[in-house]
Design a protein around this ligand. Structure first.
Ligand code: PA5
Length: 441
Protein backbone atom coordinates (compact mmCIF):
# COMPACT_ATOMS: atom_id res chain seq x y z
CA UNK A 1 0.00 0.00 0.00
CA UNK A 2 2.86 2.41 0.79
CA UNK A 3 6.03 2.72 -1.27
CA UNK A 4 9.06 3.84 0.72
CA UNK A 5 11.96 5.30 -1.26
CA UNK A 6 15.15 5.87 0.73
CA UNK A 7 17.40 6.34 -2.30
CA UNK A 8 17.80 10.08 -1.63
CA UNK A 9 18.68 9.53 2.03
CA UNK A 10 21.12 6.62 2.08
CA UNK A 11 24.08 8.59 0.73
CA UNK A 12 23.97 10.57 4.01
CA UNK A 13 24.16 7.40 6.11
CA UNK A 14 26.79 4.81 7.00
CA UNK A 15 26.60 1.80 4.71
CA UNK A 16 25.51 -0.63 7.40
CA UNK A 17 23.03 1.68 9.17
CA UNK A 18 20.08 -0.71 8.56
CA UNK A 19 21.88 -3.93 9.54
CA UNK A 20 23.18 -2.45 12.78
CA UNK A 21 19.63 -1.60 13.83
CA UNK A 22 18.01 -4.98 13.11
CA UNK A 23 18.50 -6.29 16.66
CA UNK A 24 17.10 -3.07 18.14
CA UNK A 25 14.13 -3.18 15.80
CA UNK A 26 13.49 -6.82 16.58
CA UNK A 27 13.44 -6.03 20.29
CA UNK A 28 11.21 -2.99 19.69
CA UNK A 29 8.73 -4.99 17.58
CA UNK A 30 8.66 -7.70 20.24
CA UNK A 31 7.95 -5.13 22.97
CA UNK A 32 5.09 -3.71 20.90
CA UNK A 33 3.68 -7.18 20.20
CA UNK A 34 3.76 -8.44 23.78
CA UNK A 35 3.27 -5.05 25.51
CA UNK A 36 6.43 -5.62 27.54
CA UNK A 37 8.34 -2.37 26.84
CA UNK A 38 8.26 0.94 28.70
CA UNK A 39 4.67 2.22 28.60
CA UNK A 40 3.48 -1.27 27.55
CA UNK A 41 0.14 -0.64 29.27
CA UNK A 42 -0.58 1.88 26.49
CA UNK A 43 0.08 -0.35 23.49
CA UNK A 44 -3.50 -1.52 22.99
CA UNK A 45 -3.48 0.38 19.66
CA UNK A 46 -1.14 -2.29 18.19
CA UNK A 47 -3.98 -4.80 17.75
CA UNK A 48 -6.87 -2.31 17.83
CA UNK A 49 -7.75 -2.68 14.11
CA UNK A 50 -8.55 -6.35 14.82
CA UNK A 51 -9.65 -6.29 18.43
CA UNK A 52 -11.77 -3.13 18.59
CA UNK A 53 -15.10 -3.30 20.37
CA UNK A 54 -17.57 -4.29 17.62
CA UNK A 55 -20.64 -3.53 19.70
CA UNK A 56 -19.41 -0.01 20.38
CA UNK A 57 -18.46 0.38 16.72
CA UNK A 58 -22.10 -0.29 15.74
CA UNK A 59 -23.23 2.29 18.32
CA UNK A 60 -20.82 4.81 16.81
CA UNK A 61 -22.35 4.24 13.37
CA UNK A 62 -25.87 4.60 14.79
CA UNK A 63 -24.93 7.77 16.71
CA UNK A 64 -23.37 9.27 13.57
CA UNK A 65 -26.64 8.64 11.69
CA UNK A 66 -28.67 10.20 14.48
CA UNK A 67 -26.41 13.28 14.49
CA UNK A 68 -26.79 13.56 10.71
CA UNK A 69 -30.59 13.39 11.03
CA UNK A 70 -30.91 15.75 14.00
CA UNK A 71 -28.25 18.38 13.38
CA UNK A 72 -26.79 20.70 10.82
CA UNK A 73 -23.71 21.21 12.98
CA UNK A 74 -21.68 18.88 15.17
CA UNK A 75 -19.44 20.66 17.68
CA UNK A 76 -16.49 18.39 18.49
CA UNK A 77 -14.86 19.41 21.76
CA UNK A 78 -11.38 18.09 22.57
CA UNK A 79 -7.68 18.93 22.48
CA UNK A 80 -4.44 17.16 21.50
CA UNK A 81 -5.01 13.48 20.94
CA UNK A 82 -8.72 14.02 21.56
CA UNK A 83 -8.96 16.37 18.57
CA UNK A 84 -6.22 16.18 15.95
CA UNK A 85 -6.92 12.71 14.53
CA UNK A 86 -10.55 13.39 13.67
CA UNK A 87 -9.73 16.72 12.06
CA UNK A 88 -6.81 15.20 10.15
CA UNK A 89 -8.94 12.43 8.64
CA UNK A 90 -11.92 14.66 7.83
CA UNK A 91 -9.73 17.26 6.08
CA UNK A 92 -7.70 14.67 4.21
CA UNK A 93 -10.66 12.62 3.01
CA UNK A 94 -13.30 15.32 2.65
CA UNK A 95 -11.35 18.60 2.31
CA UNK A 96 -10.28 21.51 4.53
CA UNK A 97 -13.30 23.24 2.91
CA UNK A 98 -15.70 20.50 4.02
CA UNK A 99 -17.90 22.95 5.93
CA UNK A 100 -18.25 25.21 2.90
CA UNK A 101 -19.52 22.43 0.66
CA UNK A 102 -23.10 21.52 -0.18
CA UNK A 103 -23.71 18.20 1.57
CA UNK A 104 -26.18 16.10 3.51
CA UNK A 105 -23.90 15.68 6.52
CA UNK A 106 -23.43 18.26 9.30
CA UNK A 107 -20.78 20.93 9.43
CA UNK A 108 -18.08 19.89 11.88
CA UNK A 109 -16.85 22.69 14.16
CA UNK A 110 -13.95 21.98 16.51
CA UNK A 111 -13.93 23.65 19.91
CA UNK A 112 -12.07 23.34 23.21
CA UNK A 113 -8.66 23.04 21.50
CA UNK A 114 -7.44 26.35 22.87
CA UNK A 115 -8.47 29.25 25.07
CA UNK A 116 -9.12 31.92 22.46
CA UNK A 117 -12.13 34.08 23.27
CA UNK A 118 -12.55 35.24 19.68
CA UNK A 119 -12.44 31.69 18.32
CA UNK A 120 -15.12 30.64 20.80
CA UNK A 121 -17.34 33.60 19.89
CA UNK A 122 -16.85 32.85 16.22
CA UNK A 123 -17.83 29.20 16.70
CA UNK A 124 -21.02 30.26 18.49
CA UNK A 125 -21.78 32.71 15.67
CA UNK A 126 -21.13 30.03 13.04
CA UNK A 127 -23.68 27.73 14.68
CA UNK A 128 -26.18 30.59 14.61
CA UNK A 129 -29.73 29.32 14.96
CA UNK A 130 -28.97 25.97 13.34
CA UNK A 131 -29.66 22.66 15.07
CA UNK A 132 -26.53 21.24 16.64
CA UNK A 133 -25.15 18.35 18.64
CA UNK A 134 -22.00 18.09 20.75
CA UNK A 135 -19.36 15.37 21.04
CA UNK A 136 -17.22 16.08 24.11
CA UNK A 137 -14.01 14.03 24.04
CA UNK A 138 -11.61 13.86 26.97
CA UNK A 139 -9.89 10.73 28.18
CA UNK A 140 -8.97 12.19 31.56
CA UNK A 141 -12.20 14.13 31.70
CA UNK A 142 -10.39 16.92 33.49
CA UNK A 143 -8.52 18.86 30.77
CA UNK A 144 -9.26 22.57 31.23
CA UNK A 145 -9.72 23.68 27.60
CA UNK A 146 -12.40 21.13 26.59
CA UNK A 147 -14.03 21.24 30.05
CA UNK A 148 -14.55 25.02 29.80
CA UNK A 149 -15.86 24.72 26.23
CA UNK A 150 -18.23 21.92 27.20
CA UNK A 151 -19.71 23.97 30.02
CA UNK A 152 -20.53 26.68 27.45
CA UNK A 153 -21.96 24.48 24.68
CA UNK A 154 -23.87 22.29 27.13
CA UNK A 155 -25.48 25.46 28.49
CA UNK A 156 -26.38 26.56 24.97
CA UNK A 157 -27.94 23.19 24.18
CA UNK A 158 -29.97 23.18 27.40
CA UNK A 159 -31.21 26.69 26.73
CA UNK A 160 -32.24 25.79 23.18
CA UNK A 161 -33.68 22.30 23.66
CA UNK A 162 -34.25 21.97 27.42
CA UNK A 163 -32.41 19.46 29.60
CA UNK A 164 -34.13 16.44 28.02
CA UNK A 165 -33.54 17.64 24.47
CA UNK A 166 -29.90 18.46 25.23
CA UNK A 167 -29.35 14.93 26.56
CA UNK A 168 -30.39 13.59 23.15
CA UNK A 169 -27.70 15.70 21.49
CA UNK A 170 -24.68 15.21 23.73
CA UNK A 171 -22.21 12.36 23.17
CA UNK A 172 -19.42 11.89 25.73
CA UNK A 173 -16.23 10.04 24.79
CA UNK A 174 -14.16 9.42 27.90
CA UNK A 175 -12.63 6.90 30.27
CA UNK A 176 -14.80 3.91 31.10
CA UNK A 177 -14.64 4.49 34.85
CA UNK A 178 -12.76 7.63 35.94
CA UNK A 179 -12.82 11.40 35.66
CA UNK A 180 -15.17 14.34 36.04
CA UNK A 181 -16.64 13.89 32.53
CA UNK A 182 -17.49 10.26 33.23
CA UNK A 183 -19.29 11.30 36.41
CA UNK A 184 -21.17 14.06 34.60
CA UNK A 185 -22.12 11.82 31.66
CA UNK A 186 -23.43 9.12 34.04
CA UNK A 187 -25.39 11.65 36.06
CA UNK A 188 -26.92 13.33 33.02
CA UNK A 189 -27.53 10.13 31.02
CA UNK A 190 -25.53 11.06 27.91
CA UNK A 191 -24.68 8.43 25.34
CA UNK A 192 -21.12 7.39 26.23
CA UNK A 193 -18.20 6.03 24.26
CA UNK A 194 -14.97 4.74 25.72
CA UNK A 195 -11.33 5.72 25.28
CA UNK A 196 -9.77 2.34 26.08
CA UNK A 197 -7.36 2.30 29.07
CA UNK A 198 -4.64 0.77 26.95
CA UNK A 199 -4.72 3.43 24.18
CA UNK A 200 -3.13 6.83 24.85
CA UNK A 201 -4.61 10.06 23.47
CA UNK A 202 -2.32 10.48 20.47
CA UNK A 203 -2.87 6.85 19.40
CA UNK A 204 -6.66 7.04 19.78
CA UNK A 205 -7.89 8.19 16.36
CA UNK A 206 -9.15 4.69 15.51
CA UNK A 207 -11.22 4.51 18.72
CA UNK A 208 -14.49 6.37 19.32
CA UNK A 209 -12.34 9.49 19.85
CA UNK A 210 -11.80 9.83 16.12
CA UNK A 211 -14.41 7.50 14.72
CA UNK A 212 -17.59 9.28 15.87
CA UNK A 213 -16.77 12.70 14.32
CA UNK A 214 -15.28 11.00 11.26
CA UNK A 215 -18.43 8.90 10.74
CA UNK A 216 -20.68 11.93 11.35
CA UNK A 217 -18.85 13.64 8.46
CA UNK A 218 -20.01 10.79 6.20
CA UNK A 219 -16.71 8.88 6.02
CA UNK A 220 -16.81 5.09 5.74
CA UNK A 221 -15.22 3.99 9.03
CA UNK A 222 -15.46 0.30 8.10
CA UNK A 223 -13.00 0.83 5.23
CA UNK A 224 -10.83 3.04 7.45
CA UNK A 225 -10.51 0.19 9.97
CA UNK A 226 -9.93 -2.35 7.20
CA UNK A 227 -7.01 -0.30 5.89
CA UNK A 228 -5.54 -0.11 9.39
CA UNK A 229 -6.00 -3.86 9.80
CA UNK A 230 -4.15 -4.52 6.55
CA UNK A 231 -1.27 -2.38 7.86
CA UNK A 232 -1.33 -4.21 11.18
CA UNK A 233 -1.09 -7.58 9.46
CA UNK A 234 1.64 -6.55 7.01
CA UNK A 235 3.79 -4.62 9.46
CA UNK A 236 3.67 -7.32 12.13
CA UNK A 237 5.91 -9.44 9.89
CA UNK A 238 9.32 -8.23 11.05
CA UNK A 239 12.59 -8.14 9.15
CA UNK A 240 14.64 -5.98 6.79
CA UNK A 241 11.85 -5.95 4.16
CA UNK A 242 9.32 -4.41 6.53
CA UNK A 243 8.85 -0.76 5.44
CA UNK A 244 8.12 0.39 9.00
CA UNK A 245 11.44 -1.12 10.11
CA UNK A 246 13.19 0.50 7.13
CA UNK A 247 11.75 3.95 7.83
CA UNK A 248 12.37 3.70 11.60
CA UNK A 249 15.99 2.61 10.99
CA UNK A 250 16.63 5.45 8.52
CA UNK A 251 15.14 8.20 10.71
CA UNK A 252 17.04 6.92 13.76
CA UNK A 253 20.30 6.78 11.82
CA UNK A 254 19.71 10.27 10.41
CA UNK A 255 19.06 11.54 13.94
CA UNK A 256 22.26 9.96 15.20
CA UNK A 257 24.17 11.51 12.29
CA UNK A 258 23.14 14.99 13.49
CA UNK A 259 19.86 15.56 11.66
CA UNK A 260 17.71 16.66 14.59
CA UNK A 261 14.63 17.86 12.70
CA UNK A 262 12.27 15.81 10.53
CA UNK A 263 10.18 17.91 8.17
CA UNK A 264 7.05 16.25 6.83
CA UNK A 265 6.30 17.74 3.44
CA UNK A 266 3.32 17.30 1.16
CA UNK A 267 2.14 18.97 -2.04
CA UNK A 268 -1.56 18.57 -1.20
CA UNK A 269 -3.20 21.15 1.16
CA UNK A 270 -5.74 18.63 2.57
CA UNK A 271 -2.75 16.95 4.20
CA UNK A 272 -2.08 19.95 6.47
CA UNK A 273 -3.95 18.64 9.50
CA UNK A 274 -2.66 15.13 9.01
CA UNK A 275 0.78 16.68 9.49
CA UNK A 276 -0.49 18.36 12.68
CA UNK A 277 -1.64 14.96 13.94
CA UNK A 278 1.74 13.48 12.98
CA UNK A 279 3.59 16.25 14.82
CA UNK A 280 1.74 15.50 18.05
CA UNK A 281 2.26 11.76 17.62
CA UNK A 282 6.01 12.05 17.16
CA UNK A 283 6.65 15.14 19.30
CA UNK A 284 4.97 13.70 22.39
CA UNK A 285 6.30 10.20 21.82
CA UNK A 286 9.98 10.94 21.15
CA UNK A 287 10.65 14.36 22.65
CA UNK A 288 11.82 13.59 26.17
CA UNK A 289 14.92 13.02 28.28
CA UNK A 290 16.72 15.63 26.16
CA UNK A 291 16.28 13.46 23.06
CA UNK A 292 14.11 13.13 19.97
CA UNK A 293 13.67 14.41 16.44
CA UNK A 294 11.80 17.73 16.31
CA UNK A 295 8.79 17.12 14.04
CA UNK A 296 8.03 20.01 11.69
CA UNK A 297 5.85 20.26 8.60
CA UNK A 298 5.61 22.24 5.39
CA UNK A 299 3.06 22.51 2.63
CA UNK A 300 4.59 22.67 -0.81
CA UNK A 301 4.72 24.36 -3.16
CA UNK A 302 3.46 27.29 -1.01
CA UNK A 303 6.19 26.89 1.60
CA UNK A 304 8.91 26.64 -1.05
CA UNK A 305 8.38 30.39 -1.26
CA UNK A 306 8.96 30.85 2.47
CA UNK A 307 10.56 27.95 4.35
CA UNK A 308 12.22 26.74 1.16
CA UNK A 309 15.07 29.20 1.62
CA UNK A 310 15.92 27.88 5.09
CA UNK A 311 15.61 24.26 4.02
CA UNK A 312 17.96 24.89 1.08
CA UNK A 313 20.62 26.95 2.85
CA UNK A 314 19.99 27.38 6.57
CA UNK A 315 21.45 25.28 9.41
CA UNK A 316 22.00 21.74 8.15
CA UNK A 317 19.96 20.09 10.89
CA UNK A 318 17.05 18.53 9.09
CA UNK A 319 15.91 15.77 6.80
CA UNK A 320 12.67 15.71 4.85
CA UNK A 321 9.99 13.06 4.57
CA UNK A 322 7.91 13.80 1.50
CA UNK A 323 4.41 12.33 1.34
CA UNK A 324 3.10 11.85 -2.18
CA UNK A 325 -0.29 10.72 -3.37
CA UNK A 326 -2.19 10.97 -6.64
CA UNK A 327 -4.87 13.66 -6.94
CA UNK A 328 -8.48 12.46 -7.23
CA UNK A 329 -9.20 14.57 -10.29
CA UNK A 330 -7.35 15.95 -13.29
CA UNK A 331 -7.02 19.41 -14.81
CA UNK A 332 -5.42 20.01 -18.21
CA UNK A 333 -3.58 23.30 -18.70
CA UNK A 334 -5.21 25.16 -21.60
CA UNK A 335 -3.52 26.45 -24.76
CA UNK A 336 -3.41 30.24 -25.20
CA UNK A 337 -3.15 31.23 -28.90
CA UNK A 338 -1.25 34.39 -27.96
CA UNK A 339 1.04 32.74 -25.45
CA UNK A 340 1.74 36.13 -23.83
CA UNK A 341 2.77 34.41 -20.59
CA UNK A 342 5.03 31.99 -22.51
CA UNK A 343 3.40 29.00 -20.86
CA UNK A 344 2.30 27.13 -23.96
CA UNK A 345 5.07 24.62 -23.40
CA UNK A 346 2.81 23.32 -20.61
CA UNK A 347 -0.42 23.38 -22.64
CA UNK A 348 -2.18 20.02 -22.79
CA UNK A 349 -0.34 18.73 -19.74
CA UNK A 350 -2.13 17.88 -16.48
CA UNK A 351 -1.50 20.24 -13.55
CA UNK A 352 -0.40 17.14 -11.61
CA UNK A 353 2.49 16.75 -14.08
CA UNK A 354 3.71 20.24 -13.15
CA UNK A 355 3.37 19.37 -9.44
CA UNK A 356 5.31 16.15 -9.99
CA UNK A 357 8.20 17.97 -11.67
CA UNK A 358 8.17 20.58 -8.89
CA UNK A 359 8.49 17.75 -6.39
CA UNK A 360 11.25 15.96 -8.27
CA UNK A 361 13.20 19.18 -8.77
CA UNK A 362 12.78 20.14 -5.11
CA UNK A 363 13.95 16.76 -3.84
CA UNK A 364 17.14 17.01 -5.89
CA UNK A 365 17.74 20.64 -4.89
CA UNK A 366 17.28 19.85 -1.20
CA UNK A 367 19.51 16.77 -1.43
CA UNK A 368 22.16 18.93 -3.13
CA UNK A 369 21.73 21.38 -0.24
CA UNK A 370 22.52 18.63 2.29
CA UNK A 371 18.95 17.64 3.21
CA UNK A 372 18.37 13.87 3.03
CA UNK A 373 14.99 13.02 1.51
CA UNK A 374 12.68 10.13 2.31
CA UNK A 375 9.74 9.55 -0.02
CA UNK A 376 6.50 7.94 1.14
CA UNK A 377 4.09 7.25 -1.69
CA UNK A 378 0.43 6.33 -1.31
CA UNK A 379 -1.50 5.05 -4.35
CA UNK A 380 -4.56 7.26 -3.82
CA UNK A 381 -6.32 8.83 -0.90
CA UNK A 382 -9.20 6.62 0.20
CA UNK A 383 -10.65 5.53 3.53
CA UNK A 384 -8.63 2.37 3.35
CA UNK A 385 -5.30 3.98 2.39
CA UNK A 386 -5.71 6.61 5.12
CA UNK A 387 -6.40 3.85 7.68
CA UNK A 388 -3.25 2.12 6.49
CA UNK A 389 -1.23 5.33 6.73
CA UNK A 390 -2.43 6.11 10.26
CA UNK A 391 -1.38 2.70 11.49
CA UNK A 392 1.92 2.88 9.60
CA UNK A 393 2.88 6.15 11.29
CA UNK A 394 1.76 4.89 14.71
CA UNK A 395 3.77 1.70 14.32
CA UNK A 396 6.91 3.50 13.10
CA UNK A 397 6.51 5.85 16.06
CA UNK A 398 6.39 2.96 18.54
CA UNK A 399 9.46 1.33 16.96
CA UNK A 400 11.30 4.67 16.85
CA UNK A 401 10.63 5.47 20.50
CA UNK A 402 12.06 2.13 21.57
CA UNK A 403 15.09 2.54 19.27
CA UNK A 404 15.66 5.89 20.96
CA UNK A 405 15.31 4.19 24.36
CA UNK A 406 12.48 6.39 25.60
CA UNK A 407 8.97 5.53 26.68
CA UNK A 408 6.96 6.51 23.58
CA UNK A 409 3.66 6.31 25.43
CA UNK A 410 3.92 8.88 28.21
CA UNK A 411 3.98 12.69 28.13
CA UNK A 412 5.29 13.89 31.49
CA UNK A 413 6.31 17.26 30.04
CA UNK A 414 2.72 18.22 29.18
CA UNK A 415 1.92 18.45 32.91
CA UNK A 416 4.34 21.32 33.67
CA UNK A 417 2.27 24.10 32.09
CA UNK A 418 -0.96 22.69 33.51
CA UNK A 419 0.28 22.93 37.11
CA UNK A 420 1.43 26.53 36.60
CA UNK A 421 -1.86 27.45 34.94
CA UNK A 422 -3.93 25.90 37.74
CA UNK A 423 -1.86 27.77 40.33
CA UNK A 424 -2.18 31.11 38.53
CA UNK A 425 -5.92 30.59 38.08
CA UNK A 426 -6.32 30.05 41.82
CA UNK A 427 -7.43 26.42 41.68
CA UNK A 428 -7.91 25.12 45.24
CA UNK A 429 -4.85 23.17 46.41
CA UNK A 430 -2.31 25.27 44.46
CA UNK A 431 -2.15 28.29 46.83
CA UNK A 432 1.56 28.07 47.76
CA UNK A 433 2.61 27.57 44.19
CA UNK A 434 0.58 30.60 43.09
CA UNK A 435 2.47 32.93 45.44
CA UNK A 436 5.81 31.57 44.28
CA UNK A 437 4.91 31.92 40.56
CA UNK A 438 3.48 35.41 40.95
CA UNK A 439 6.71 36.51 42.61
CA UNK A 440 8.69 35.29 39.60
CA UNK A 441 6.51 36.90 36.94
O1 PA5 B 1 -1.69 12.48 23.72
C1 PA5 B 1 -2.16 12.87 24.76
O2 PA5 B 1 -2.30 12.11 25.74
C2 PA5 B 1 -2.62 14.30 24.94
O3 PA5 B 1 -2.45 15.07 23.79
C3 PA5 B 1 -4.10 14.31 25.28
O4 PA5 B 1 -4.82 13.68 24.26
C4 PA5 B 1 -4.61 15.72 25.51
O5 PA5 B 1 -3.89 16.35 26.53
C5 PA5 B 1 -6.08 15.70 25.87
O6 PA5 B 1 -6.29 14.94 27.02
P1 PA5 B 1 -7.71 14.45 27.45
O7 PA5 B 1 -8.24 13.58 26.39
O8 PA5 B 1 -7.49 13.71 28.74
O9 PA5 B 1 -8.57 15.67 27.65
Amino acid sequence: MIRLDLSKAVSFLPENYAQTRQEGLKAAAQMLADHSGPGGDFTGWVTLPRDYDKEEFARIQAAAKKIQQQSQVLVVIGIGGSYLGARAVIELLKSPNYNLKKKDTPDILFAGNGLSTDTLLETIALIGDRDFSVNIISKSGTTTEPAVAFRIFKGMLEEKYGKEGARERIYATTDKARGALKGLADAEGYEEFVVPDEVGGRYSVLTAVGLLPIAAAGIDIVSLMEGARKAMEELSVGGPDNIAWQYAAARHALYESGKKVEILACYEPPFRFFAEWWKQLYGESEGKEGKGLFPASVEFTADLHSMGQYIQQGERLMFETVVKFAPKGEFIIPEDPENVDGLNFLAGKPLSFVAEQAMRGTILAHVDGGVPNVLLELPQISESSVGYFIYFFEYVCGLSGYLLKVNPFDQPGVEAYKKNMFALLGKPGYEDMKAELEARL
